[in-house]
Design a protein around this ligand. Structure first.
Ligand SMILES: Nc1ncnc2c1ncn2[C@@H]1O[C@H](COP(=O)(O)OP(=O)(O)OP(=O)(O)O)[C@@H](O)[C@H]1O
Ligand SMILES: [Mg+2]
Length: 242
């Protein structure tokens, strides 16, 4: 299968600061869920930020559909089809669900088309239709995360990148979020997420990427990552993965 996105051993840091990423690589296949795991401070969030153009890439390449993205601005990368949902979700709490969905399509010029897509998304996510006129900030964590994910779909992206979408959510709700990611990927939108709970993340993904100290230690099909004794020892608490 052709790679949709390829990150080749990149080096990147904040401003003129030290390299936070140094030897980070990953390969993303279309229509699959990819999960980045690793300890706190490993550079997981930094890797997503580097892909979406928020950091300067000092060495290595980010190649998307055969095109080099290095040096492009975040808005240019968004228009190419890579959408990023940061950890804090970046919703507009004092705007309604419908307004938040419309904001997701700010790069679209055609407002009728935007309305049509917002309607389409609300049909797919009934909870958002039900809450269309409610302020986003008054919804539960799971509903807000659903809105954050659904909002990215307005522009029909190729890839959505999610930084810890499960943060602060109850386990049952976390599973619902993974089910949504699976549904999205089955519809052809590739998912790249960072997950703190390595076991849960890998069990719900097709591919796993293990990052530590800014570099990729291991990358492969999620069942293989789960079964690797080194990974079990380091990140899965030595637990045997079922
Ligand atoms: N805005 C910033 N400016 C300078 N250094 C930063 C910035 N953000 C993160 N860092 C540094 O980059 C390193 C990696 O941080 P990053 O947030 O990418 O890790 P992470 O793997 O996402 O960790 P966590 O699991 O805690 O979210 C850390 O040493 C952190 O201090
Ligand atoms: Mg992080």
């Amino acid at each position: 299968m052709t790679d949709l996105l390829q990150v080749t051993n990149i080096t990147a840091g904040y401003g003129d600061g030290p390299a936070i990423l140094d030897g980070a690589h990953l390969t993303v296949e279309p229509g699959k869920v990819h999960c980045i795991i690793g300890p706190n401070g490993a550079g997981k969030s930094t890797l997503l930020k580097a892909i979406c153009g928020m950091l300067t890439i000092r060495q290595g390449d980010v190649i998307f559909k055969g095109e080099r993205l290095n040096g492009l601005r975040p808005d240019q990368i968004l228009r190419k089809g890579i959408c990023f949902v940061p950890q804090e979700r970046a919703l507009f709490p004092k705007m309604t669900v419908r307004e938040n969905l419309r904001m997701g399509g700010f790069t679209l010029d055609d407002s009728h088309e935007l309305d049509r897509r917002v309607g389409e998304i609300m049909e797919r996510f009934p909870i958002l239709k039900e809450r269309a006129d409610q302020f986003a900030g008054t919804m539960s964590g799971g509903q807000q995360q659903t809105l954050a994910m659904a909002r990215t779909l307005i522009i029909k992206p190729d890839i959505i990148m999610l930084d810890e979408p499960s943060l602060g959510l109850a386990p049952k709700i976390v599973q619902e979020m993974f089910d949504i990611m699976k549904m999205i990927s089955d519809e052809g939108v590739t998912v790249l997420l960072v997950e703190q709970n390595a076991l849960m993340g890998l069990r719900n993904s097709d591919f796993g990427v293990v990052l530590d100290l800014g570099r990729t230690l291991f990358e492969g099909p999620a069942p293989e990552v789960l079964a690797d004794p080194r990974i079990q020892e380091l990140y899965l608490g030595g637990k045997k993965a079922a």
